[in-house]
Design a binder for this molecule. Structure first.
Ligand code: 13P
Length: 441
């Protein structure tokens, strides 16, 4: 892990926080993630986590003096009881700032066993535990991946798995300087009375699962809400409210148990001729509802990450140029995402690998932004990597090289420095059906 990257992360945070006046700092709580302790990269990484959070500590408390008709007393205004009593409050901010540091993003590899099976089938592999394990080992052990990736989202099975040589995946990631994360939703179910709209499942027993995941080394989590869009009817108010509520309650439970919640309200790229304006309008409404509910549950905004869609029109509309996507995307975020959120990690959502990089690069031209505009890509990092590997030992290195080249291209795009050529030029959209069902689907 390059030290220079660390300090630039802290400076970024400090600059961001300085520019948001919140009043004097009266006290700070200290706590730090022990995830990296004992590792050579650990010292600098922990320092970086602490520095990033120190810059944000002034938003914790404000003190004001008020006069009432009865008494004159000093009232300590706390952001919320939830934050005041949360032993993880500072650690959450450090973790979120670490993941959103400049030039880095998230590798989303949290596909359920069923979805992983569908992906493996595209290269002729059976959906066995051994094949899933080998595929994840290829990803996590790719030499140099930690230069561009700060966190990876895993599925329950994977978080507890080891490499074929017996090294726990959590340890493999730690050696790369990558924080493990965990998908905690358990899938989608239809909302009765709607036309195919869905609610995300997984609140039951979530606190206990979070505790177990934290103990295993996870430091952040993901919950995906899916919002269906078309030209006139969808989304319904019911679907927006249901999903915004689910995201907020999930986020609060994660924060109570030390995990940074990735809040993912995905307005899905779907069939139809709805315009880019329409997606922008809907995404703005959805994000605004989500943040209203996050506020209702006192979720600590400096300790979350947002994972939205980029703003794209329906699939029947020609693909717009990156500048247009970026203009609508940044406008939507500015209108609906508070500046306290450290990072916006876009999903690739079916964009081709090159399209995902070019759009990410184009976003940076609209800066400086209050948040880091970066990536949490699944398909746009994995698709050609999987194809190259195809389950063959002799392709292992070439596939790892492809993954790292894709991560590097997106890292450069995050910094606004991508010049190409792209490791996976051209290509088509990588679409998948909506996932419906319960756990493991
Ligand atoms: P894609 O980048 O393939 O959209 O996946 C990201 C993800 O985690 C969706 O939930």
């Amino acid at each position: 892990m390059a030290l220079s990257m660390m300090s630039s992360s802290s400076c970024f945070l400090a600059r961001k926080m300085e520019s948001t006046a919140h009043g004097p700092v009266m006290s700070t709580r200290s706590s730090s993630s022990s995830f990296f302790s004992g590792n050579a990269a650990a010292g600098s990484m922990q320092e970086s986590l602490k520095n990033a959070a120190a810059a944000s500590s002034h938003v914790v408390q404000r003190v004001t003096t008020t006069t009432t008709t009865h008494t004159r007393k000093k009232i300590v205004m706390m952001t919320s009881e939830f934050e005041k009593t949360n032993p993880y409050a500072e650690e959450l901010k450090q973790t979120a700032a670490f993941i959103s540091q400049p030039g880095k993003g998230i590798l989303a590899s949290d596909e359920s066993n069923a979805t992983t099976g569908k992906r493996l089938a595209t290269v002729g592999l059976d959906n066995t535990v051994e094949n899933r394990q080998a595929w994840r080992e290829l990803l996590y052990s790719a030499p140099g991946l930690g230069n561009y990736i700060s966190g990876t989202i895993m599925f329950d099975e994977t978080l507890f798995q080891s490499s074929r040589a017996g090294v726990p995946f959590v340890e493999v990631l730690k050696q790369q300087g990558i924080l493990p994360g965990i998908k905690v939703d358990t899938g989608l179910q239809p909302i009765d009375g709607t036309d195919g709209e869905t609610a995300t499942q997984g609140l039951d027993g979530l606190a206990d699962r979070c505790k177990r995941y934290y103990q295993q080394g996870a430091r952040f989590a993901k919950w995906r809400a899916v919002i269906k869009v078309d030209s006139e009817k969808h989304p319904s108010t019911t679907a927006i409210l249901e999903n915004a509520h689910g995201l907020a309650r999930y986020a609060q439970i994660c924060q109570a148990n030390g995990l940074v919640p990735i809040v993912e309200p995905e307005v899905t790229l779907g069939p139809g001729d709805y315009s880019i304006e329409r997606t922008a309008y809907i995404s703005e409404k959805v994000n605004s509802h989500v943040f209203r509910f996050l506020n209702e549950y006192n979720v600590i905004l400096e300790g979350i990450l947002l994972k939205p869609n980029m703003i794209l029109p329906g699939l029947d509309v020609p693909t717009p140029p990156p500048e247009e996507v970026a203009r609508y995307t940044v406008r939507t975020m500015l209108r609906s995402i508070p500046a306290a959120v450290p990072g916006i990690h876009f999903l690739s959502g079916g964009m081709s690998e090159e399209e995902a990089t070019l759009n990410l690069q184009a976003l940076q031209a609209y800066g400086p932004s209050p948040w880091s505009l970066t990536f949490s890509y699944g398909r746009a990092l994995q698709s050609s990597t999987l194809k190259i590997w195809s389950g063959k030992e002799e392709n292992w290195k070439a596939a790892q090289d492809r993954l790292v080249a894709l991560a590097k291209a997106n890292s450069e795009a995050q910094l606004g420095k991508y010049t190409g050529p792209h490791p996976s030029p051209g290509g088509t959209r990588i679409l998948q059906a909506l996932r419906l069902g319960g756990a493991g689907k």
